[in-house]
Design a protein around this ligand. Structure first.
Ligand SMILES: NC(=O)C1=CN([C@@H]2O[C@H](COP(=O)(O)OP(=O)(O)OC[C@H]3O[C@@H](n4cnc5c(N)ncnc54)[C@H](OP(=O)(O)O)[C@@H]3O)[C@@H](O)[C@H]2O)C=CC1
Ligand SMILES: N[C@@H](CCO)C(=O)O
Length: 432
């Protein structure tokens, strides 16, 4: 074991930052044995200096400005655990990389939006940038794709990448209650943020998918070309229809390699068969799926968030740096960003749910809209009006395989019908 410790500067002392300090303390011996030397925290930064964080910070250098960690001569590795694609987090990471200093981060927004530029900065300055904790918390998703499957030609990556959404969808299904009620419960339990939009509107999961896709296909994807939908529109009746048709609803992300290496990538609520392995991934758990031309399909399930799982991934990156095993950011020499194919080019079976007037001729109007777009029906069901709701009944159809462009035409036609009382809900039926 080397006599010289590896010295860390930690910016951000919230859930993850404090989790890292606790893990380094509680598992110090095993970590030092694996890293080949001891790992020491020497400097820290957060907003509020006086907050009791439940860990002993005495003897550590405190920086009010996290960017000072990039220049602190006693720091070997900077840990960015602040969060956010812009502001202090981005400034710190860029400042550290520009000085050739190695960085470990858990920040998926930063990587998804600025990964291409950060990879260039890391390469140009001989620094490493590691981010295992940014995707699916404690699941070693990045190592799986970048290292374990390095020899394969990946055809698909994705999975369930947001624990808050998976918790909400699971609780809705199990209890029959609506989205708003379960969201409030998730907030009370500390799963969802006070402003839950990053989670429930799909952005957090989409950031993670973009990172996985970048690693799988050896180049960053242009994040603004990903199709992103959240789960706010899912109602109790959708859960009931899903059950009836033999499906479960999951916020699912997929990035798929198409012909000529074009990339299809989306994050959206989907129907998956009740018998599919991913349908059984419930509650706050995440699952990462890969499919390689040589390795075939794979699914890993685990805790995608929380202090312990996330700190475990952060410290694994630190151990890699200590061992000298860090790799290029996207696993290969940097290549330019690639755009995802437009939504209209997708295809598959679809679930379409409407709230419609309960009168003669309505089903014929809807069937005509589907017929005009060349969409064939596989199944249809109508439920009684929910007690206490306004007039209108939920009606759902399952289509045979079709182009998404055809389903978008159907939506346009339905907008013009007086019999359709609310915005339709369209979900892809995904075979995983
Ligand atoms: N929580 C989780 O389960 C997971 C989180 N992540 C990622 O890890 C990162 C950290 O998340 P988490 O620990 O939950 O976040 P928290 O909100 O719990 O902590 C953020 C920390 O950053 C500090 N901070 C905020 N702004 C500044 C600033 N301008 N200057 C200095 N310090 C600042 C805060 O200081 P103060 O405490 O003084 O307010 C706080 O200590 C994020 O990128 C997140 O996406 C990834 C996987 C899972
Ligand atoms: N908010 C995320 C955890 C951080 O990645 C989730 O619910 O999965």
């Amino acid at each position: 074991m080397s006599g010289k410790p590896l010295r860390l500067g930690i910016a951000g002392l919230g859930t993850v930052g404090v989790g890292v300090i606790k893990l380094l303390h509680e598992n110090a011996q095993a970590i030092a044995a694996r890293a080949g030397r001891s790992i020491e925290v020497v400097s820290v930064s957060a907003r509020s200096r006086n907050r009791d964080r439940g860990v002993d910070l005495s003897g550590l250098t405190w920086h009010d400005d996290p960017r000072a960690l990039a220049e602190d001569p006693n720091v070997d590795v900077v840990l960015e655990l602040i969060g956010g694609a812009e502001g202090a987090a981005r400034e710190l990471v860029e400042a550290a990389l520009l000085r050739g200093r190695d960085v470990v981060t858990a920040n998926k927004a930063l990587l998804a939006l600025h990964g291409a530029r950060l990879a260039d900065m890391a390469r140009e300055n001989g620094a490493s940038l590691l981010f295992e904790a940014s995707v699916a918390g404690g699941i070693p998703a990045i190592k799986l794709v970048r290292e374990g499957l390095a020899a394969d030609r990946l055809l698909r990556v994705g999975g369930i990448l947001n624990g808050t959404c998976n918790y909400i969808l699971t609780a809705m299904r199990e209890s029959g209650r609506g989205f708003d009620e379960i969201l409030a419960e998730a907030q009370a339990l500390g799963y969802a943020e006070a402003d839950p939009s990053t989670d429930v509107d799909g952005w957090d999961a989409a950031h993670k998918l973009a990172i996985l896709a970048g690693l799988a296909f050896g180049r960053p994807v242009a994040f603004n070309t990903l199709h992103v939908e959240g789960i706010r529109s899912i109602a109790a009746c959708d859960q009931a229809f899903a059950q009836e048709f033999g499906y479960r609803i999951k916020l699912l992300g997929t990035a798929r390699r198409g012909e000529d290496d074009a990339i299809e990538a989306w994050m959206r609520p989907c129907m998956v068969a009740q018998t599919a392995p991913i349908a059984a991934v419930d509650g706050v758990f995440n699952a990462v799926i890969t499919e390689g031309a040589f390795s075939g399909p794979m699914l890993i399930e685990g805790r995608g968030a929380g202090a312990g799982p996330t700190a475990s991934a952060v410290v694994a990156d630190v151990i890699d740096l200590s061992r000298g095993t860090a790799l290029p950011v996207w696993g290969t020499a940097p290549r330019p960003e690639i755009s995802c194919q437009p939504r209209a080019s997708l295809s598959g079976e679809y679930y379409l749910r409407l709230l419609v007037q309960d009168r003669s001729g309505v089903v014929a109007e809807i069937a005509a809209a589907l017929r005009d777009a060349g969409v064939s029906l596989r199944a249809m069901s109508q439920h009684a009006a929910e007690v206490g709701t306004q007039s209108g009944v939920p009606l759902a159809v399952i289509t045979h395989a079709t182009q998404e462009s055809a389903m978008l035409s159907v939506l346009t036609a339905l907008e013009k019908l007086d019999s359709v009382l609310a915005e339709p809900v369209l979900m892809k039926i995904e075979t995983v």
